[in-house]
Design a protein around this ligand. Structure first.
Ligand SMILES: [Zn+2]
Length: 368
């Protein structure tokens, strides 16, 4: 019995060291039970103290090595050159110290929160006619450079202003030459609807061909000088209907009151995902978090913060306190980690192929 308990404690410690925090706690609890069954109260008390210490130490940590699907490598110096973003930071009352000084600072913030990897992206608005969007911005090449510096910590996405003449070519360059693994869009920042056939559709077409996901802002935005009609969830339904094999992630789940609309879109399309970034878990609608436990949403909800606007450690401190048991164990593992891996590693569902496999005669050239 003692040997068994000691082994459990060892396993608990190695789980904690590897970032599998919840698993470590569970093993500690098993060890405590064993000590108690063996009548070793002193051993059980010691274990209970160790467990409490571990919980204290990891109170702002993800329950397992997390993948933050939505993090901006924005340093404070860059914010001062970006009026719409600066206004957003003011609106959200983001403190200057929330911004990392450099990329190392960002990685430190990830370490503090047990975030193993983050998806990082720029936002290209270079074809804008509006003065506020014309400034120097992070580029696709710079994001690719960040990934080269920390290949195990970052997954890079590209971004292209859809109004650029070379938008489709730049998308292809991002993926084939720079090794970026998806594309980011913010329809409101470029003053277009996401279902714009002239500007957006050629890019989606290219993303389907390249087999990479698209992530796009969905819901209200703190980004000033924009119109939020462009980021209403319902317009993404057109995109999903017209590109049934496009992996499409609705960033921010329709935040600001449109989450039901965003859930309605994700509900009916096998390749549409929701990212829960942009809000503390205290204020993410409960029905969305609970829906993650159902088969309709379980594989499609991605954890994200929108760092540095929402801090990673702060997100998990609030989660552990307020929402820590809202997910089943399976959901938790998927939302914080596995869904993001699956998004990048597993091909999209093809509804037409599903019909073919089930014996329907679907025309060879049918696309939707
Ligand atoms: Zn963002």
């Amino acid at each position: 019995m003692k040997e068994k308990a000691d082994n459990l404690v060892k396993d608990a410690q190695s789980a904690l060291a590897a970032g599998y925090i919840e698993q470590g706690y569970a093993l500690f609890k098993q060890a405590i039970d064993l000590y108690q069954q063996a009548g070793n109260q002193a051993g059980a008390d010691q274990m209970a103290r160790d467990l409490k210490d571990a919980q204290q130490k990891n109170q702002a940590c993800a329950p397992l090595p997390a993948i933050d699907y939505h993090a901006h490598p924005i340093f404070y110096s860059a914010l001062k050159q970006d009026p719409p973003l600066y206004m957003a930071a003011k609106h959200f009352r983001v403190k200057p110290e929330a911004f990392p000084a450099d990329l190392q600072g960002m990685v430190r913030h990830m370490d503090e929160a047990n975030v193993e990897k983050a998806v990082i992206m720029p936002l290209d608005t270079s074809a804008s006619g509006h003065w506020a969007f014309k400034g120097e911005k992070l580029t696709n090449d710079e994001v690719a450079g960040f990934v080269r510096q920390y290949p195990d910590r970052f997954i890079g996405y590209g971004s292209v202003d859809p109004r650029r003449e070379d938008a489709a070519q730049e998308t292809e360059r991002c993926v084939r030459e720079l090794g970026l693994r998806g594309m980011k869009f913010h329809p409101a920042a470029v003053g277009l609807y996401p279902n714009d056939e002239k500007y957006f559709y050629p890019i989606y077409e290219k993303c389907v061909e390249l087999g990479v996901p698209v992530q796009s802002h969905c819901g209200t935005t703190g980004l000033y000088f924009t119109k939020i009609k462009h980021t209403m969830p319902v317009y993404y339904d057109d995109v999903a209907v017209d590109f049934p094999t496009l992996k499409l992630v609705l960033l921010h789940f329709g935040i600001g009151g449109w989450h039901e609309q965003a859930m309605a879109v994700a509900f009916r399309h096998p390749n549409v995902y929701l990212d829960i970034s942009g809000a503390s878990p205290r204020v993410i609608p409960k029905e969305l978090l609970l829906a993650a436990n159902t088969p309709f949403y379980q594989n499609k909800i991605l954890f994200g913060t929108d760092y540095p606007f929402v801090g990673m450690a702060r997100w998990f401190a609030a989660y552990n306190k307020a929402a820590g048991n809202i997910f089943t164990e399976e959901t938790r593992d998927k939302v914080f980690r596995k869904n993001a891996l699956r998004l990048h590693d597993v091909p999209p569902v093809s509804p037409l192929d599903m019909l073919r496999q089930d014996g329907f005669s679907v025309p060879e050239d049918a696309r939707r």
